[in-house]
Design a protein around this ligand. Sequence first.
Ligand code: NIG
Ligand code: FE
Length: 415
Amino acid sequence: MAQVDDMHIFVNAGAMAHFSTGDLTTPLVGLAMSSTEQIHPPGYGLVVESGVIRKIAHSEEILDEFGTVSNVHDLCGRAIIPGFVDAHTHLLWDGDRSNEIRMRQQGMSYAEIAAAGGGIRHTVSHTRASQNLEEIGIERREISIENGTTALEVKSGYGLDTESELRLLQIYDDLQSQLKNPRLYPTWMGAHDIPHGIKRESYVEQILSEQLPAILEQGIATSADVFCEPGWFTIEDTEEICREASKGGLSIRLHVDEFTNGDGLELAAELGAVTADHAIHSSDDARAAAAKAGTLQGFLPGTPYVMGSDAWPPIQQCIDEEWPWTLATDFNPNCQSLSIPMAGSLVTHRLKIDPIASLAAVTRNAACGLNNQNRLQGVIAVGAQANLIELKSSLVESWCQSPGHSPIEKTWIFD
Ligand code: NIG
Ligand code: FE
């Protein structure tokens, strides 16, 4: 039995979205994502012990049993939802590419901006030279927590050489040692772009012979990611890098079909990738194959939004077809938002996606794409990690309905 001080009880919640139906280690699909079964009516409460949810019941029952605990939090009718899991971020980089918006407005494409000295390679040179990466990481993690994020996937990819990629992953490791929660899930993305002054083929060779072995030896990444897109890494490059990374024990997350259908989602399904992200232009067959292979489609609505693109992913079709999908911020120098509620607003308000379905996509489903076996996240269930969001409103639907303002009263994380 834990110390009494280690217990917290929450009572008098408004609506409580729990997403705890069925096998909690699998994503919700179709109408189950937005079913009323996923939401407790007002009046519930819960008990947290040593950072884990121990009981969920009506407030009266909890008060009867645990009323003597000193940490009693009266929610006064505010809604409770699971902490957000941001399953796609490029958290660490330095420099500023805010000037690129005017280039886009003048008609330059992402590839043209990159060729003119902007884009990823611009960020790489500023990141390599930066002395402030740790402080930047701490500050961004804080912004994430304020926005309700309680677990994050964090990519390298602005180093693009062995030493610099290791440095980025080492900083994620240091950040995690300083603070146990939010959990950071590090992804090596050495194949994010081709560095200046080297041919693509030689860089891929360098990745395979030097960079990846060094990452594996250090054991500081759990996944590998490749920017599989015509003009960046080919299908063949991606396959080779992923097969080697898998052999080394890394799980696969990919950037696919962002600007055009390059068959990236098909490859992701073939490789058994955990998630294939962007997936804007993928074919229906590839989407069906991904679902069959257990590969999540990770949608990143902030990206078409900041790019001024009208190409949005077919999320409603995924719901109709019962294909599993997630949402994330894709925080990066182009898309500088660490707000999951903003991503939710984009799909709810632009694409008419049910706000409860999109909430499932940023909680339970996103957690299923990270290591959700040891400690359950993204659900409010007995035995799950007590990562909780107390909303300002009594209604769960409010989570994504205040773009530009935080809907959150408090993000609760326990060490
Ligand atoms: O997911 N597309 C590749 N990577 C990022 C963008 C990186 C950048 O522009 O710096 C993305 O959108
Ligand atoms: Fe990305």
